[in-house]
Design a binder for this molecule. Sequence first.
Ligand code: FES
Ligand SMILES: [Fe+2]
Length: 365
Amino acid sequence: MFVKNAWYNAGWDYMVTQGKTSLVARQLAGERVVLYRKPNGELVAMEDRCPHRQAALSLGAKEGDSIRCMYHGMKFGADGHCTEIPGQAQIPARACVRVHPVVERDNWIWVWMGDADKADPALIPFAVGYSDPAWRMKTSQMHVKANYRLEIANLADLSHLAWVHQKSLGGSDAETRARYTTIKPTITTGPRAIRTEYVIRAVPAPQFLRHLFPAEARFDLSFDITHTIPCTWVLHFKAFVADGASEGVPSGALVADTYTCQAVVPNDTDSVEYYFSWGSRADLEFPGLSDLLREVLDVAFLEDAHVLEAQHVRMREKPDHPMVAILHDAGPSRMLRLLDSLLAEEGGSKHAAADARATAEQAVV
Ligand code: FES
Ligand SMILES: [Fe+2]
């Protein structure tokens, strides 16, 4: 169901503070996790489940480096070991909580959900943080009631920009639609990620930028996307004044250079947390541009959620309903196959087999 030996995004660093009550509850790949900061600023990621009677430790209290369960008062160190049971001298060896490796990078919090000795920080995907002075990243988040596989499939097929996002990211004019649905990307596959690069030539500005330019202006739009299993999607998007060429690297004036970094994090099989940012390169920013980009994503991801939540309900109702494959399933099939290969590597569970079946149904004919 979920790849365990992977870094899962738990949100932005500012979400966990030194506040007395800053015990942040997350559900990552089906597991409950509580995050808190020690007085020296280091993060702790611990199972959000007291080993006594499964009370939520996120409802507990911070005491220095430790956390105390506020049901019967057991206290646990940052290493998960119980150090105190009020009214009882003897502490059972099994009185400890699982602690997960946790890393802060690019202003994001990453939690490793698998075997701790396999937690390799080199596997954390590239991203641009909001504190990077070279960029003006603005952050946001959203809760979506859909399985994360539907989100992965959505992000792996940008032809939906012409339909789902006709009022925001894409465009409803015939010219834009024709181009978004006939993209021929360059694809590079790695062990945990797929990179997709393409240029859309001589199109009107996307809807969200159109009011900034004359109606007749045409642009070459460059997309460089790295989609990493299980949950990260990073797009380097650039807009150039159309140079009139039909192929090659765009050579017109650069009018926008932006990064959007997105993490789709499965809580469980029925919902995801979506943490995302978008921003302009600092030297190409003009007042309000990066705020506009963030606002556009807030609107666009509601458009996605609207479609995906209804799709999720229907797939829950009829999980074995046959689905017709079309050309645009190529990207989603590729990403879901990669996910399924990692799931199979972790033990070939019956869930992985079921997931693989679902992917096969989406495979391109
Ligand atoms: S449930 Fe936590 S101390 Fe009893
Ligand atoms: Fe979308």
